[in-house]
Ligand binder design. Structure first.
Ligand code: SDX
Length: 426
């Protein structure tokens, strides 16, 4: 990082704050001296805060650019495959054919989970939300895999990373099967990552599973489009949990919990519920009015983004994939028509234009997942599955370099010091 300085004058003190430049993107001001001068920065929601240095993903929100280790997301989505992108995110380079073969083989031979984990599911109600189950079972992995929890050991970190990438599809599919009252399907090592997931989701023990290769390719592309996204809320949660030295399984479980919110990864499920609520194109205008009304909590789900003030490049690929999958399946889904009409109307409305509100990754993903046969409440589980390599890459990047425990401060506006009042005097 190259260094320049910013001057900050507080009262009669002028501080020289270092400015660092990255490879691309905005410079940052190092405000570390402020605490020693009795002040903190104040930035609720971390809108203007860089929490760390990273080499994994770069987003240019104004231009709608998303790079993973320098490679544009549309190229990766259209020319790569999810496990290759997992390797890229973790190790920083695209694998050679030999490296890829070894990595894929390691992952695909660790897809089974400890058989006792199956009974763990039985503690949940059949109608539990799959994300509630995922929070529980992923955290519980640290109760099963004691042999890969020494985060100071590079080999342990790698084993834990491989186990998580390998087992998330199995755990996710088990959530679905459990809520359906169907038997769990064991993974198959002869299938690729996406085919194996679809087999575990929709296969039954009574017959050979036939996976549609077009659908499997679309599923793999959806995993790639969700793989990583810089310091989003769930990734920042994983980093913060990891900064205390918590084991990787607990950190990823924390990320899953953060992802669940409708403002974040829960938006894909919320988009389908919103389209159901809108029902017909004739109702779009009234919902657009509600989305603009400050007194109405309704938001246009799948629209807007903290960083993108242009098209989310993932949404563009997702929309193309949507058309491919629906035409491959011969489905004419009125919700796709409704979504496209909603996008067209919103994008021509000054409220959305002035605020640079565009469709994000969640706007079209749900329509594809529904076409594949995945129920709405499983959508965020799919997002968590796809995001696992990103969470792991950021955790690994932090843990394998010098780091400090994350501990933000605050602006305190509560009571000044006062003495306790006994109950009979209140
Ligand atoms: C993801 O961070 C990531 O990278 C996340 C993610 C990833 O891959 O990890 O990309 C995945 O979470 C995508 C976002 C999914 N969420 C949604 O689709 C939910 C709907 N979107 C909004 O909740 C909102 O846009 C956020 C939460 C995504 C972003 O909120 P910000 O950055 O805090 O922006 P804001 O709330 O300050 O909005 C700015 C203005 C406000 O209006 P004004 O106060 O200026 O008048 O835009 C308005 C907001 O009211 N606004 C919307 C809106 N989103 C923002 N108005 C109507 N509908 C919306 N969807």
């Amino acid at each position: 990082m190259t260094e320049k300085n910013a001057q900050l004058t507080i009262g009669d003190t002028t501080l020289e704050l270092p400015i660092y430049s990255g490879t691309i993107g905005p410079d940052v001001v190092d405000v570390g001296q402020l605490t020693g001068n009795g002040m903190f920065t104040y930035d609720p929601g971390f809108v203007s805060t860089a929490s760390c240095e990273s080499k994994i993903t770069y987003i240019d929100g104004g231009k709608g650019v998303l790079l993973h280790r320098g490679y544009p997301i549309d190229q990766l989505a259209n020319e790569s495959e999810h496990l290759e992108v997992c390797y890229l995110l973790i190790y920083g380079e695209l694998p050679t054919p030999e490296q890829k073969e070894e990595f894929v083989s390691s992952i695909m031979n660790h897809t089974m989970v400890h058989d006792q984990l199956s009974s763990f599911y039985k503690g949940f109600r059949r109608d539990a939300h799959p994300m509630a189950i995922m929070c529980g079972v992923v955290g519980a992995l640290s109760a099963f895999y004691h042999d890969s929890l020494d985060i100071a050991d590079e080999k342990h970190r790698e084993v834990a990373a491989y186990r998580l990438i390998a087992k998330m599809p199995t755990l996710a599919a088990m959530c679905y099967k459990y809520t359906q009252g169907q038997p769990f399907m064991y993974p198959r090592n002869d299938l690729n990552y996406a085919e194996n997931f679809l087999h575990m989701m929709f296969g039954v023990p009574c017959e050979e599973t036939k996976v549609n290769p077009i659908i499997a390719k679309a599923m793999d592309k959806i995993f790639i489009l969700h793989a990583d996204h810089e310091q989003n809320a769930s990734t920042s949660t994983v980093r913060l949990a990891g900064s205390s030295g918590a084991n990787p399984f607990a950190c990823i479980a924390a990320g899953i919990a953060a992802l669940w919110g409708p403002a974040h990864g829960g938006a894909n499920e919320a988009v389908l519920k919103m389209l159901d609520e809108i029902g017909d194109v004739s109702n779009v205008d009234s919902f657009i009015l509600r989305a603009k009304d400050k007194n109405d909590p309704f938001r246009l789900m799948g629209f807007g983004h903290r960083v993108y003030k242009n098209f989310d490049p993932r949404a563009t690929v997702m929309r193309e994939t949507c058309h491919e999958v629906l035409s491959e399946l011969g489905i004419n889904d009125p919700q796709l028509e409704l979504a496209m009409k909603l996008e067209e109307i919103a994008r021509s409305d000054s409220y959305f234009i002035e605020r640079n509100l565009y469709p994000n990754v969640d706007f079209y993903s749900g329509i594809i997942l529904k076409a594949i046969g995945i129920p709405t409440e499983m959508f965020t589980v799919i997002f968590a599955l796809g995001r696992t390599p990103g969470w792991i890459a950021h955790w690994h990047e932090m843990i394998s370099n010098p780091y400090k425990i994350g501990r933000p401060r605050q602006l305190y506006t509560g009571s000044e010091k006062r003495d306790f009042v006994p109950a009979d005097k209140r």
